[in-house]
Ligand binder design. Structure first.
Ligand SMILES: [Zn+2]
Length: 413
């Protein structure tokens, strides 16, 4: 299509004839050597910028897809919005390589839904610590930079540097996997980058499958490879647990913005990138579904690690945030999954589990007090479990039931 648009018949006429043609029709002279060199050098950047612009347009247009779920599909403006969205998306897909669309699209989503909001929240934490602490569920304890001495500031800058590096590194690994699959092994791409739009029910199904599989994979990796017990028998598990402990748990005593992507790059790959990307690869998500999935995951990372007591959805994000806080406060004795489903099933929840969140949503009450109580309960449970079972990380269902009963007793006081 592009080649046809560039076709100019006057370029095929003899120069003696074409010299008489008006400028608007005549074949333009070939570009100079300097212009060709300049274009060769800048084309990777200009083309990447063009993908970024189109992807951002497509992401901004994504909410219009939600109109598909509303039965007023026949309305004129909705159809027009969808048409514009389809044009933006098909221009993006037809004019760029699928690998570039996937990599630049993923980077754009990570930037818009994770780096930008997390960076803004972190800036507020650093510039206005007093104001920020009053909104945090753990108060002063959740502030990332309490000590402003030179050494601490450098240490904190190092954490942020690794955190941002890991985001880019994760997307690069994702691109490398796709490149290996398509260019080296000659297999179809992991994601479907096509002009056809996915159907609404297909999007919902893929998102649910992806998020559940991500929770399961994260739980398995985090529980068995990164917290393999006091003395893991396997040398690899021992090394991975030591890395996760000395990087993440030593530096992150309470979650703060940009902390979810801080860890040793290998651990970040195992715990965050692969559990997120493998389900998308396995079910061959449509690129648009993947963008939506990545946006949900990025927003979850942003909100559940910001430390604020009040979150947009108290039941889902609030529950995940409280469980992350307890995971950090107890040095990783429980709450290994992302959404809490596996922790609930396996009995590795500390403090509250997913079912407690439902109860909490019903009896909306004081969040700050609740988090402090949960953290205290989590530590007490760990101590009890350590005393009773010689340091085992599991916290049984019985103790959780007791916790819930105790809480309902104390709440009724
Ligand atoms: Zn951990």
């Amino acid at each position: 299509m592009v080649a046809l648009a560039d076709f100019n018949p006057s370029c095929y006429l003899p120069s003696s004839v074409s010299s008489y043609l008006p400028n608007a029709v005549a074949c333009p002279p070939p570009p100079s050597v300097a212009r060709s060199m300049f274009d060769t050098v800048t084309s990777p950047f200009s083309s990447t910028y063009s993908v970024l612009r189109h992807t951002t347009d497509a992401i901004m247009g994504l909410p219009f897809l939600s109109f598909l779920l509303i039965p007023t599909m026949t309305s004129y403006s909705t159809s027009l919005n969808l048409l514009f969205f389809y044009l933006t998306w098909s221009t993006l897909v037809l004019s760029h390589h699928p690998l570039r669309v996937e990599v630049v699209g993923s980077l754009a989503v990570k930037f818009l839904f994770y780096l930008l909001p997390s960076g803004a929240m972190l800036l507020v934490d650093v510039l206005f610590p007093g104001v920020s602490a009053s909104f945090k569920s753990l108060g002063d304890d959740a502030l990332p930079l309490k000590d402003t001495r030179r050494k601490s500031v450098f240490k904190f800058a190092r954490i942020l540097g690794w955190s941002v590096f890991n985001v880019v590194f994760g997307v690069m690994v994702q691109g490398l996997l796709e490149w290996l699959l398509t260019m080296q092994l000659g297999r179809p791409a992991a994601l479907r980058v096509t002009t056809t739009l996915p159907l609404p029910w297909g999007i919902v199904k893929d998102l649910l499958k992806g998020l559940v599989a991500r929770d399961v994979l994260t739980w398995v990796v985090h529980r068995y490879l990164l917290h393999g017990g006091a003395r893991p028998a396997n040398a690899i598990v021992r090394d991975l647990s030591a890395m996760h402990g000395s990087w993440y748990h030593k530096a992150v005593k309470a979650p703060f913005p940009l902390s979810p992507t801080y860890d040793h790059p290998l651990i970040y790959l195992l715990k965050v990138v692969l559990p997120m990307y493998l389900p998308a690869m396995y079910w061959r998500f449509h690129a648009l579904t993947f963008i939506l999935y990545l946006a949900i995951v990025s927003m979850e990372e942003t909100f559940t690690h910001c430390g604020y007591a009040r979150l947009p959805t108290h039941f889902i994000l609030g529950g995940i945030a409280r469980r992350n806080e307890v995971h950090c406060l107890t040095g990783g004795r429980g709450n290994f999954g992302t959404w809490g489903l596996c922790d609930w099933l396996a009995g590795t929840s500390i403090g509250t589990d997913a079912t407690d969140d439902i109860m909490d949503e019903v009896e909306e009450s004081d969040v700050q007090g609740k988090v402090m109580k949960q953290a205290g309960r989590g530590v007490a449970q760990v101590k009890n479990a350590a005393g009773g079972r010689n340091g085992s990380a599991h916290v049984g269902t019985r103790s959780r039931r007791r916790t819930r009963r105790t809480r309902s007793d104390s709440d009724s006081d």
